[in-house]
Design a protein around this ligand. Sequence first.
Ligand SMILES: [Mg+2]
Length: 370
Amino acid sequence: MKITRLEPFILHAPVTRGGIADSTHSLTHWGAPGVAIHTDAGLTGYGFSGTHAHLATDRLIADCILNSYGPLLLGEDPGEVRALWEKLHKHSPIYWVGRSGITHLALGAIDIALWDLKAKEAGLPLWKLLGGSAAKRVEAYNTDGGWLNWPLETMVSDCKRLIEEEGYRAVKLKVGGPSPNEDLKRVEAVRRALGPSIRIMTDANGRWSLPQAIQTAGRLVDFDVTWIEEPIYFDDVEGHRRLAETIRTPIALGEQLYTASHFRDFIHAGAVHYVQPDAVRLAGITEFWQVAEMAYGSSLPVAPHVGDMAQVHQHLCFAHPACSLLEYIPWLRDWMEHPAHIEDGYYVAPEAPGAGTTPTRRALEEINRI
Ligand SMILES: [Mg+2]
């Protein structure tokens, strides 16, 4: 099988209630700039990144896919995924201008499309190709009830609905608002409403300074939260290490880290407890696997961030022994051929061949901004 053509796309899917916010970001659409990789066998692989749907930036990613990496892929055998990843990753005119950022996101989308093709060619869902088991339990935690722009009552009632009507046993709440007391009040209200057996994750999206984090995150232990995510600035290894030594609540991070070597620095420093790689922020599934292996070897659980809205990560969680807990956000649910499916708080192992990344025809027509 040979690669014959690359066809970029830019999907912009509306988010819940027209707009969400955390302490650092606010957005109205989720972006999925990506690529269809066509072959002479008639099979097509799909891969995409995850963005805040900023069209000018998404166009840079799509352009990088088509015009920087594209010529390196034409005529190649897409089954040689790891060799192609090495070839693209080490292509000096591209890494010279970016070993992270746009070039990395573009490479991630391509790598995912190649794995999608490989699984489709084998006639297997990706998790099966990677040696996973359908008997494995992959718990879902839902982030879509805890946005910082939801009024307190809305957040409490959304979280109650997710638990009582949709069967989740874990939810994530955004913190890092202007008032630490208000943050703590919101977490306390949800804990009181959900009771002691439900898991609550908290996420400050890199907002706090180290002393703010020591003070506010230090008090989260009163509400038995599972973790505090991105308490301080994303890249600060030493700050997270010092915080981890100071507070009792475990630290989760990784959604803003682009490379496996950056994860290595956090893991070796003892600056992270729950490792959160994202295959669409790293250079795809190939680099995600490197991070998951590293975490597993350090006895750290991997709870991926879902820039892909879990379409790919559900497969990776059924396949990798470090993963048993996976975020869920529903924004691509209506736009994928085989949307991730959760029953009674657990992911159902997908059966369709591929990586779960094939958009519907309607998505490619209605929300494609290419
Ligand atoms: Mg987060």
